[in-house]
Design a protein around this ligand. Structure first.
Ligand code: ZN
Length: 59
């Protein structure tokens, strides 16, 4: 299963983040890259949306 960043994909950029189980299935699943995670976090903070679950990824 191929993992792609949904935000990069929407922008038409290379979006592959990696592979995850099951590796024998040619299926795409969506995730978020580090760059877009920071963008989404910054926007959530600006809008004062609680993001505790995602916040642990921030430096
Ligand atoms: Zn991205």
């Amino acid at each position: 299963m191929t993992v792609v960043c949904a935000w990069c994909q929407r922008l038409g950029r290379a979006a592959v983040l990696g592979e995850k189980e099951p590796l024998d299935q040619a299926v795409i699943t969506h995730g978020i890259c580090d760059e877009h995670a920071l963008v989404v976090l910054a926007e959530a903070r600006r809008l004062e949306i609680p993001v505790r679950a995602v916040d642990s990824r921030a430096p």
